[in-house]
Design a protein around this ligand. Structure first.
Ligand SMILES: *[C@@H]1O[C@H](CO)[C@@H](O)[C@H](O)[C@H]1NC(C)=O
Ligand SMILES: *[C@@H]1O[C@H](CO)[C@@H](O)[C@H](O)[C@H]1NC(C)=O
Ligand SMILES: *[C@@H]1O[C@H](CO)[C@@H](O)[C@H](O)[C@H]1NC(C)=O
Length: 318
């Protein structure tokens, strides 16, 4: 990264050196000298330089995030490095999630700001099916990961709106998260991605409406990419003091099975799970096999039903 910066510094002057060979030669020598000095200082103060580069990346990323939500996406490199060493059940991590990464429900004004208020179930039947599986229970608790704006294709809005459920809406994309805040949902919000490890991890996340996904290591500087903190699902539930969940909706553009593998199913009791399966690299059968080993049966025909996305519904066997 340092070497790229040097090449950039020397670029425009390199063009003018075609006209003025002499000054170009001098400048070339300067560039080499500059590079050698810099390389030496990098090796001498390597960790400081790495921190500096990281700080610059953070500043860039913050500029890519709407100011209304920037406070949740502004990370501090040393703290992040420390947090990302912690296991999902460590108190320090759970406290960090509780204090910094969760937005409490807004229960002051129970009015939704929906774009299509007349649509009772934006999930096109998925939420109704889940509700039926649970005897149309009221006051359940859900987790929706990949919540988008909390309305489009929402698999939990119906439950919250008509059956007095509450829960947590998890959405990593800052643009989607801003829209989600504006809907005035009655649930907790978390501007994070779900970790595919039993530890937190920073990733570069591609902002792309409903198709946003983890792209790779943090620090990428392309427009549309933002660094986002991923947190294990278990740590989020622990931060909310919860061990039981009535409905988990997982639509995280390909990392579904990895996220499921992080869950200690012996400690967390989840009754119904819906999982988008069409982007899972290992394939849908691997997902079904995994859920079967964890004690879930696949709802017959759930994958054939069109809910705007391809989902399996799993129900915990008693
Ligand atoms: C939405 O519902 C309200 C009340 O039922 C009705 O007056 C209105 O015309 C509906 N709007 C649309 C776009 O269907
Ligand atoms: C749940 O509600 C639906 C209609 O909203 C109804 O058709 C169904 O029978 C109900 N299920 C139970 C178990 O009460
Ligand atoms: C969870 O428990 C902690 C510690 O007792 C408490 O401070 C916090 O408010 C609780 N959070 C919720 C959402 O109940």
């Amino acid at each position: 990264m340092i070497m790229t910066n040097i090449a950039d510094d020397c670029g425009p002057a390199g063009t003018s050196s075609r006209k003025l060979v002499f000054s170009g030669l001098i400048f070339g020598v300067f560039c080499i000298f500059h590079a050698l000095v810099l390389r030496e200082s990098v090796s001498r103060f390597e960790s400081d330089a790495r921190d500096l580069v990281y700080e610059q990346a953070m500043a860039y990323i913050t500029a890519n995030v709407p100011s209304e939500v920037a406070k949740w996406y502004t990370y501090f490199p040393k703290e992040t490095a420390h947090i990302n060493e912690l296991d999902q059940d460590e108190d320090e991590l759970i406290q960090h999630v509780r204090e910094r990464l969760l937005v409490p429900p807004n229960n002051n004004n129970l009015v939704y700001y929906l774009d299509r208020p007349n649509v009772t179930d934006p999930s096109e039947g998925l939420a109704q099916t889940v509700s039926g599986l649970l005897g149309n229970m009221t006051k359940g608790f859900f987790i929706e990961a990949g919540a988008l704006d909390g309305e489009v294709m929402s698999s939990t809005l119906l439950l919250e709106r008509y059956n007095e459920w509450t829960g947590i809406l998890i959405e990593p994309d800052p643009l989607n998260f801003l829209d989600l805040l504006g809907k005035n949902r009655r649930s907790w919000l978390a501007p994070v991605c779900l970790s595919f490890l039993q530890k937190p991890i920073m990733v570069s996340f591609e902002q792309k409406l409903s198709l946003g996904r983890i792209q790779g290591a943090p620090g990428a500087r392309r427009p549309g990419l933002v660094d986002v903190q991923c947190v294990p699902l278990f740590s989020i539930l622990a931060a909310l003091n919860r061990t039981n969940v009535d409905f988990l909706s997982l639509d995280v553009e390909g990392s579904e099975l990895d996220v499921l593998r992080t869950i200690p199913f012996g400690q967390i009791d989840i009754t119904v799970v819906s999982v988008e399966f069409n982007k899972i690299v290992e394939g849908r059968q691997a997902l079904k096999d995994f859920m079967k080993r964890k004690g879930y049966k696949t709802l017959e025909g759930s994958e054939k039903t069109s809910w705007g996305k391809q989902n399996y519904i799993f129900v915990k066997e008693k």
